[in-house]
Design a protein around this ligand. Sequence first.
Ligand SMILES: [Zn+2]
Length: 318
Amino acid sequence: MGTRGGALKLFDAHCHLQDPRIYHVAPQLIKTTLSSGVRRFAVNGVSEKDWHIVKEMADTYPSVIPCFGLHPWYVEDRSADWFKSMKGFFETTPSAAVGEIGLDKGSHGREIDFQSQIEVFEQQLKLAKEIEKPASVHCVRAFGDVLQAMQSIGPFPAGVILHSFQGSAEVVPGFAKLGAYFSFSGYIMSLKTQKAKKMLKAVPTDRILLESDAPDALPQGNLSSLLCVPGDASVPDELWKRGQDLDSIAIPPSNDSIAATDTSVLSKETLNHPANMHIVLSYVASMLEISEEELAEISYRNAVRIFSYPGSKINRES
Ligand SMILES: [Zn+2]
């Protein structure tokens, strides 16, 4: 593992290491991934239930950058005090950024009242602008709506991260103008090659980021170096219900990953390992027709820039 990808320096601009599906192996995932060359993880909370876990992980691991946000899928579960509680987290955690927030009109997002999604998204986007922090944005089949909200609230000098970006080349300039960065995960490998190439080449070089989005966004195809986290289908629901007890889960020994060679044979519960960022790096570099070394350097530099807001762990070191 130590020499994986030549240990190029990478920055995971968006992931969910607090996710109940992988939380039990998070210490080992972090260790393995750090030794693969990934230096930082922007860990994004998704609901009031996991903000305290994100904060705790950030307090424990210097490599973890905490992000607090209410994800569109959890909008209807929010409490009356959610916004006040969220602001409290930002007050006590100066190193935090905003995320994951966004709009979703996909198969799951369609089940969630869109007016509420917009309301919650705009409220958080305004907060990000006000506290001068970057915001990690989830956008599924709602580019027009996200752009509209960003136009009415922006521009965003602290940056907005369009995470797991899979939009078209045509939408890139409008977002870039408002301060958006474009972050790529394993999902980009499911786009048609020509579409991916055209879009990637439309993104300004100083706005490219890479992410694992682990435990989701497992890179696709026949990949000899793919790492997977064996899924434990019995864990998630129960953990969500127990909420506060998450940190009492025992941490198993070092079996955090299995090697897989063909994603088509993997079960639905197979989860993405953050060290697979090297596969995303290699794919995006090939689409852009530049070397992995060059893309690693560009994306790392961009990530350091956007995550260097006042109070940031990165800012403190430089
Ligand atoms: Zn995410």
